[in-house]
Design a protein around this ligand. Structure first.
Ligand code: NOJ
Ligand code: MG
Length: 565
């Protein structure tokens, strides 16, 4: 990789691996690091540049590993540190970069720090690493403020019988995920060491979990409760209106980390970080990717956009505007392990359209869902910048909507059960990847069943069924990724065209030397869209498209003209 440009991340397509659901090498029903290593050639052939691996650290797995008990080791469920080293070395040999997940907002309650805090008195150094607050003796059951956990219920729990004495502690997620106190210098120093630990092992970067949440407003004021009408105005929707999101102080942490990353960057490769920051309006995300902070941030505004031409035109244009202003590459993402898979999400009925699964939804028409998913991906991969893919989307996997309650594992499901707003949670996008149709249909007797059940449809969508079938979603992804690279799309410039129809049309000028532009056109209307006479289809989200683009289909067009009606 010695000749690769240092700023590889500006154009990278990064594939998210969710370890427990990717590839199981030892037959225990749970994916593992050797399973990932064994399938790295598949990812190289797919045409991605990097893998981001969700947490594989020692953890009680209350939130599928986002509850970390030790930041510098590997959970035996997934393998060993040696397995991690082998994975990193194999990836590098194949020309793939490796990004690991950093979870700094909270630890697991099994982390030695939290155990030490429970055994120490209120006011101790051990408790200062977390967000402990006293219990009001006259009001034993009212938490210090009205903050709610993202997984449902109060964001405060009592230590209940801790040897050091009882207090409340803050957890923006599950009660097993106590929030760290980032005002504590030891916490900051220790995380510097965590970064160095993985950088020394050769990782190319970090995905930073809850990057907008680590600093809380001093005094921990209540969240202002708005009535339903005021609830959707711009001020109310801004992430800064919540006292634990998007505080200015988080940026000091990122400037500090950026210096560490830069000190590890070489003439051939920069080490990077990407922010998981759910902030709005879209301008706020640019603050995370200023030149001395993160290299990238996930574009959740794009992910959150419905299958609507005007909304997509707007978000694509705005994404370039805010990122260009700070010199960061715009990123694109349609799916991850927290949201409804886009092959289902983009076809939900408008009144049921959500990003995350709350209550039950009507299963949308699978063909419409897959057509839209393929069209959305063909649009996304035609756009300059960096793109994120989530394992299994290259197979067109739908969200699994009918996981039996007794098989669900997401804490969101348990924390909201029996409340006014029960949620099914995120398990439906986490069902293990089907590698072989036969394995889905006839599970081997000597292997444990996958940790979440694979539905029958996963057999038809298995990797071995799609490989070599030119009409398959897998081959579509392969050809788009290869053409994207060949044309130099990621480094190009984009202009969103003002169209009068229900199309999204983006003119991409690949590089300065390039011969003509590539026009990306997605048809979200109700009629076919006719390809202009001076343009040729060079890629299409559906097979056999030449002159007429059907509804819910995206094409890449070569040729001189850029006029689109
Ligand atoms: C965001 C992660 O993507 C999600 O899976 C996790 O539950 C929360 N952060 C808490 O770590
Ligand atoms: Mg396994």
């Amino acid at each position: 990789m010695s000749h690769a440009p240092t700023d590889w991340w500006r154009r990278a397509v990064i594939y998210q691996v969710y370890p427990r659901s990717f590839a199981d090498s030892d037959g225990d029903g749970l994916g593992d690091l050797p399973g990932i290593t064994a399938h790295l050639p598949y990812l190289r052939d797919l045409g991605v540049d990097a893998v981001w691996i969700s947490p594989f650290y020692p953890s009680p797995q209350k939130d599928a590993g986002y509850d970390v008990a030790d930041y510098c080791d590997v959970d035996p469920l997934f393998g060993s540190l040696d397995d991690a080293d082998t994975l990193i070395a194999t990836a590098h040999d194949l020309g793939l970069r490796v990004i690991v997940d950093l979870v700094p907002n909270h630890t697991s309650d099994r982390h030695e720090w939290f155990q030490a805090a429970l055994a120490s008195a209120p006011g101790s150094l051990e408790r200062d690493r977390y967000m402990f607050r006293d219990i009001d003796e006259n009001d034993l059951d009212t938490p210090p403020n009205n903050w709610e956990s993202n997984f449902g219920g109060a964001a405060w729990s009592k230590t209940e019988g801790a040897t050091g004495g009882d207090q409340w502690y803050l957890h923006l997620f599950d009660s097993s995920q106590p929030d760290l106190n980032w005002g504590n210098q030891e916490v900051r120093d220790t995380f510097d060491g965590v970064l160095r630990f993985w950088l020394d092992r050769g990782v190319d970067g970090f995905r930073v979990d809850v990057a907008h949440g680590m600093i809380k407003e001093p005094g921990l004021p209540d969240v202002e409760i708005r009535d339903a009408e005021a609830g959707t105005d711009d001020a109310a929707m801004a992430s800064t209106s919540t006292p634990y999101w998007d505080r200015d102080g988080v940026h000091d942490i990122y400037r500090r980390w950026r210096k560490i990353l830069d000190s590890y960057s070489t003439d051939t490769a920069e080490r990077i970080m990407v922010a998981e920051a759910w902030v709005q309006p879209i301008d706020r995300i640019a603050r995370y990717v200023r030149p001395d902070e993160h290299h990238q941030a996930f574009n959740f505004s794009f992910l959150d956009t419905r299958w609507d031409a005007a909304a997509l035109r707007e978000v694509i244009g705005e994404s370039y505007r805010v990122n260009d202003a700070v010199g960061a590459p715009t990123t694109w993402v349609l799916s991850n392990h927290d949201v409804i898979r886009h092959a289902t999400r983009l076809a939900l009925a408008p009144e049921e359209a959500v990003t995350q699964l709350a209550g039950p939804v009507t299963e949308p028409d699978r063909t419409v869902g897959l057509d839209r998913a393929r069209a959305a991906t063909t649009l996304m991969l035609g756009l300059p910048g960096s793109a994120y893919l989530y394992q299994g989307e290259e197979l067109g996997l739908p969200e699994v909507l009918d996981i039996p309650d007794d098989r669900r594992q997401d804490p969101t499901f348990f924390r909201t059960r029996g409340t006014d707003t029960p949620e099914l949670g995120r398990d439906g996008c986490r069902v293990p990847v089907p590698w072989s149709a036969d394995e889905v249909r006839n599970p081997a007797a000597d292997k444990a069943a996958p940790w979440l059940p694979q539905p029958e449809i996963f057999a038809d969508l298995a990797v071995d069924r799609q490989t070599g079938d030119a009409a398959s979603t897998l081959e579509l992804y392969r050809s788009l990724l290869h053409l994207r690279k060949e044309l130099g799309i990621a480094d190009g410039t984009a202009r969103v065209l003002e169209t009068r129809t229900d199309t999204v049309a983006v003119e991409v000028t690949p590089t300065e030397e390039a011969d003509g532009s590539v026009l990306i056109v997605a048809n979200l209307g109700t009629d076919d869209w006719l390809v202009p006479a001076d343009r040729q289809v060079i890629a299409a989200s559906r097979p056999g498209v030449t002159t007429s683009v059907p509804v819910d289909c995206t094409v890449w067009l070569a040729g001189p003209g850029s006029h689109v009606e």
